[in-house]
Ligand binder design. Structure first.
Ligand code: GDP
Length: 171
């Protein structure tokens, strides 16, 4: 089946989202950025569709002062190459950061369908900073909470739609 890659800066909630989509705790959630973690994949079934969620993992080579965006990109490159759809996770509580911009530039060049997932919107009390993330130039922004599952069903609906569009686009 098609794969959906989960990318984003450290600590935005990629592992938490992966675990939420996988429906069980497969990836280890780390409190600190910069830890080594293998890429993990899990089958996701939603409304009769099957896709593979791929967690792009931690940073193997992040040193103090290192190029954070570059390190993430090296980790994520293989997952992105095979992905039909990309989930670009950003932290709605932290707002837009330079690392997000670095990744966004790369994703715009990649030219694959991207959904911007504004994570950590645990309740209506959290402002999802949608206007800031619109500046990433990647289109649709979906506020979710990977931690409590808020709006994750809507995200899955959109993923399945994008997968169908991507499949239709293949000659
Ligand atoms: P990763 O480095 O991008 O894989 O991020 P993790 O999944 O390891 O999460 C980083 C931190 O953010 C952890 O402390 C998580 O508990 C926290 N976190 C992840 N998702 C959410 C969320 O939806 N809401 C809140 N409040 N915290 C979250």
């Amino acid at each position: 089946g098609p794969t959906v890659a989960i990318v984003g800066r450290p600590n935005v909630g990629k592992s938490t989202l992966f675990n939420r989509l996988a429906g069980r705790r497969l990836a280890i959630v780390h409190e600190q950025p910069g830890v080594t973690r293998d890429r993990l994949r899990a089958p996701v079934r939603w409304k009769g569709r099957l896709f593979w969620a791929v967690d792009t993992g931690g940073l193997v080579d992040l040193q103090p002062g290192a190029d954070v965006g570059g390190a993430i990109l090296r980790q994520a490159a293989a997952a992105l190459e095979e992905a039909a759809v990309v989930l670009f996770v950003v932290d709605a509580r932290a707002g837009l950061l330079p690392g997000d911009q670095t990744l966004a530039r790369w994703l715009r060049r990649l030219g694959k369908p991207v959904l911007v997932v504004a994570n950590k919107v645990d309740s209506t009390a959290v402002e999802p900073a949608v206007h800031e993330f619109a500046a990433l130039g990647l289109g649709e922004i979906l506020p979710v909470s990977a931690a409590n599952g808020r709006n994750v069903g809507d995200l899955l609906d959109r993923v399945v739609e994008r997968l169908e569009q991507a499949a239709d686009a293949v000659p």
